[in-house]
Design a protein around this ligand. Sequence first.
Ligand code: TXA
Ligand code: MG
Length: 336
Amino acid sequence: MVTEILDCSEASLLKAAELIKSGEVVGIPTETVYGLAANAFDETAVRKIFEAKGRPADNPLIVHISDFGMVREIASEIPNLAYKLAERFWPGPMTMIMPKSEKIPLVTSGGLDTVGIRFPSHPAARRLIELCGLPLAAPSANLSGSPSPTTARRVFDDMNGRIPAIIDGGESLVGVESTVICFEGSGVRILRPGGITREMLSEVCDVSVDRGVTNRLEDGAVARSPGMKYRHYAPKADLKLIRGSLKAYKSYVSENAADGSWCLVFDKSEAVGCLPYLCYGASPEEQAHELFEALRKLDELGAKTVFARCPDDSGIGLAVYNRILRASGFCIIDLE
Ligand code: TXA
Ligand code: MG
């Protein structure tokens, strides 16, 4: 199979919609990261997503919609708070977990009786869903375990020969995946932090952050979100996350660097001696935008060990921290 790259023209989106309606999988841009989309109601099509990614069958997919009305087909029960949150944050990088309807096959929900629903804001994603007239199941478009792709080229790197087409919608704006929330009491619990932050959600309701967001799942514990238990976002290099002042970072790295060591820092003023480095941004927003691309580049550059500065965890920083912590396999070196 040759994987074709399509632009965002109406003609290309129509072509992609035909592929999806005939049971195929297409790489699509969203404002968070690129996704691998198929008809959420079609078991055979959804199985192809799992195959293309090499994803474990018990890790559920998010179902994407292009207007709120579609929720009624997908969820069997819509909490009152969901209307409020949708009004405030949809379309956008927020996924709400609700009880699933009969129409959503268990393959899509990873065997769960709930389903994650998201209304993306990327115009090409919205238009494509409209043209399909169907909700689209779409996980991030990387091979299972790798950093999520934020450009069509990165989707191509992972998916060439595995899917018929990718729509090129430019660089993803946010750069990390959506915030995943479930409903609990009168509020919500964050299962995966993302572009809609804890602070933003707190303006609407009570918010708690699941322990799994910043902690390794204990052996035998049941993950509230199956994605929590898998190794994720992992570069081939051994990534060490270093918490502490710039001074402490520099002296730790100088003492521990060897052949193949790289630094992943906020900006170039933080370079350590003549060690090679990449920057991933000074603000949490820039860091979210750059992190996955930086992790992929470090692999291309042949980095063996990466000493990464630890991001601040406020705002979208919590999402950046969550991803880089997982990329490090929870290897955090605390110099504070
Ligand atoms: O921004 C995003 O959410 C991107 C774009 C393509 O929309 N999609 C994405 O999908 O990140 P994926 O499959 O890579 O991650 C979905 C996460 C997984 O950690 C999964 O376990 C969790 O959401 N999830 C999905 N459905 C769930 C459910 N019913 N209950 C608990 N967790 C769920
Ligand atoms: Mg993913």
